[in-house]
Design a protein around this ligand. Sequence first.
Ligand SMILES: Cc1cc2nc3c(=O)[nH]c(=O)nc-3n(C[C@H](O)[C@H](O)[C@H](O)COP(=O)(O)O)c2cc1C
Length: 163
Amino acid sequence: MKTLVVYYSQSGNARWMAERISSALSADMLRLVPKKAYPEKGFRKYFFGGGSAVIKEAPALEPYKVDLMQYEQIVFVTPVWAGTVTPPLRTFIQSEHLEGKKFAFAACSLGGSAEKTFAALRSLLGAADDVPTLWLVEPKRKQKPENEKAIEAFCGKLIENGE
Ligand SMILES: Cc1cc2nc3c(=O)[nH]c(=O)nc-3n(C[C@H](O)[C@H](O)[C@H](O)COP(=O)(O)O)c2cc1C
């Protein structure tokens, strides 16, 4: 099953996850980049990014090229922002026709649960409750064997789903 991994990452953790998942699945990757970058430091980072997530903003994205017809499965990878999905993923989902695709979600956080993030993604996509999910805490910074096992189990499930 041909898979596309779509991700937004500000400081590299979600990108690390996206790379690991795409390499395990031999999948293509699409990085979402907002036209106006979110602040990366200090109070402004949490204020503007968190605020944008809370008000469910869908920021304009830098143009990207992707032929979604090619893919049967899409894995969305996002950091948790203010308990929910990052705005660039919202823009992508609202702009594209994704009917008939299989989905899976992966999220990283500083420790806060990703359940609401996954629920927001399910709701945006109209996806079923049993979409496979993977949640890791700061995976790029805190590499550990449990994370490797979790990534392996997640990717194994996606491969099985495609057979
Ligand atoms: C604006 C903003 C809001 C965040 N909100 C949360 C949160 O609600 N819960 C949490 O555990 N971590 C939160 N974080 C931390 C990130 O989810 C975490 O550092 C993640 O690994 C960053 O991924 P990245 O390196 O791909 O950008 C927030 C970070 C930012 C910048």
